[in-house]
Ligand binder design. Structure first.
Ligand SMILES: [Zn+2]
Ligand SMILES: [Zn+2]
Length: 116
């Protein structure tokens, strides 16, 4: 099991999103991977298509600071009514692009599956 980087929910598999984490950039020049679950991936894509800037300190996915950040509404499951609570996360433009790439990759994989 792995925990989603955005909502903290543990899932057997997560969607890998390739981000440019500035704190480890020297070690990982081509980017590092963050795992988020499908719900959060969809929330990020939605937020990318309907951009609303947010006044946040840093990106919740890659940790970059001093860039324009956009808000992403994430539904975090809880154990009592109404069984989820909405939290706001901040994502940068490059993470949005990484999410789009992840989505495309997943769709391509599904395509592959149909041919077998
Ligand atoms: Zn999540
Ligand atoms: Zn980011």
């Amino acid at each position: 099991m792995a925990d989603c980087e955005l909502c903290g929910v543990a899932r057997p598999t997560l969607c890998p999103v390739k981000v440019n984490d500035p704190s480890v950039k020297s070690a990982y020049l081509t980017g590092t991977w963050r795992g988020i679950n499908e719900e959060c991936l969809e929330a990020c894509l939605e937020a990318n298509h309907n951009r609303m800037t947010i006044d946040a300190r840093k990106c919740n996915l890659c940790g970059i600071k001093n860039v324009v950040l956009y808000q992403v509404k994430i539904q975090v499951p809880i154990f009592q009514e109404p069984y989820h609570r909405e939290v706001t996360r901040a994502l940068c433009e490059s993470c949005f692009e990484a999410c789009e790439d992840t989505k495309k990759r997943r769709e391509a994989e599904k395509e592959e599956g149909h041919h077998h």
